[in-house]
Design a protein around this ligand. Sequence first.
Ligand code: 2M8
Length: 455
Amino acid sequence: MPPGLPSIAYNGARGVLSRNWTGSSTVPSRALYPHQWSWDSAFIAIGLRHLSPTRAQRELETLLSAQWADGRVPHIVFNPAVPLTAYFPSPDFWRSSTAGDKAGAPAAVETSGIVQPPVHALAAWLVHQADPAASARRGFLHRVYPRLVAWQRYLTDRRDLGGRGLASILHPWESGMDNSPCWDPPLARIAPVAADTFHRADLDHGCPADRPTDLDYGRYVRLAETYRDRGYADDADTHPFAVEDPALNALLIVSEHALARIATAVGADPADHLVRAEELTTSMLKRLWNPDAGMFLCHDVIAGEPIPERGVSGLIPLIVPELPEDVADTLVRTAVGEHFGLGGACRLAPSYDLTGASFDPARYWRGPAWFNINWLLERGLRQHGATERADALRAEALSAATATGFAEYVDPFTGEARGSQDFSWTAALTVDLLIEPLAEPLTEPLVAQEASSHG
Ligand code: 2M8
């Protein structure tokens, strides 16, 4: 790492996080995403904990205060001070407080009705660890624990749409990897709404060649509208799109391990979390592992078959602590091989297969490299003993984030900036990588003996 980079990176990242702070949470980017996003806030809290543990707690608690009574944590919490035209779909599209009434949407705040990957329990545990005394004084874990449990149970109990012991997404936006080619086959079955029936605010800020097409947007809108018009109900047979996503399920497992840690800290019984983490890990390995692909594949619940596309989502299970060694080794080989080129053709892991027919180094989630994904991979590589690869990835991520002014994402070959700048999770995870180069495993599994000595 060039001398001087750490302080340039640290000060730059701190500046971004302070400019994007609204007083109770952080926007992902001032222009393109002017509200609070769910998994963004979890990644942001992970970095913010090094700058201000209290602000990191606040970030998560603001999000959790918009939780629905059925346990779901919405993917967007809208800021009422922002004009409706600033982002599409806006609150008047989702109509959460009325259309989501039966599902338990809060009356006092407008949100979207879909979710994003559950990084929150992991984030809460890491935030707590940054200053356990201050966290205990504020009763942080005691307050968030029941909400985090309800959130995870929403995913495990209401979103097991395939009945296979895994959570499903019912909209591409729920994966956070919105435009991944993995969603193309199941999306092809969805009739798009006409492009002239909505106005895409993203094109006011982003370059059309980098963003999803109007056809994709027409399908996103159709899916969201259908879900809304059914009162955001989760009956398994009403969903036109249902996919088991490896990254979402891996994050669910890691967060279940984090919940076991949190449970122990608040004097609750961690046993249920440990059992669930183990069951989910077994299901993920049994249902989504594909030895021929050398990685996990998404599973189309409605078609009843794996989706034959290599999205980076299928490498994210490296963050799961109790992965069989041969599976972890295969994932590392796939990450550095021809499909993802990590440390070879690519400076940072691309979001999609370099050899795939739909690969595009510029278009949203169809090839470019994202910092949250590379942070997860860095932690996963380190956790499974690939220390040199993790060190190299950490150095590349830090230099690319700093050189691009904390870009939303980058060209995976050149590291050139794409999307918006001053992007919050890029800044937050830069701080985390700077401060914790030799971090322990994300959430060391609570071993059976330790758990049984509880209480
Ligand atoms: C992107 O998603 C939003 C929809 O949620 C969009 O494209 O308008 C994704 O990159 C997603 O992962 C991210 O959470 C969000 C805000 O940064 O932007």
